[in-house]
Design a protein. Sequence first.
Length: 147
Amino acid sequence: MKRPRALRRPNFRVADIAQQSVGGFLLAGPFVVTAEVWELAAGMNWVQAGVTAALVGLIGYAALYRADTGRDVDEEPDFVGIPTRFVSLMTVAFGSVLLLALIFDAPQTFLVEGGIGDGAVVATTAKAVAVGAMFSVVGAATADSVF
């Protein structure tokens, strides 16, 4: 059941991106610096990575527009037909993991020093980002919905 228009939150704002970022970075951090995540990513194939990335999108969409009845996907501004809030959420979820991985030099630490060749580093990093984004999206969507 949707809330009456008068009780709904205002449209997407820059402050919402800040809230998503706080939640996304908060939950992304522990997974970026965990060796098991990088080992898991090294063992994943591209189908598993794609399914993981799709699940991140499904979780994010459900958290924004199904669990929170205060938002109407049809009322929100969009970017190429996709709600701006959802685009921001996906950017934060995947971007926060990637940014922390690069800042902490995680690919070098967990992959190159672990014996994985340079050719597989980019691919394995992408898979690790998808795994980390699974958790980051929960933090980002929760922060966006709560605040």
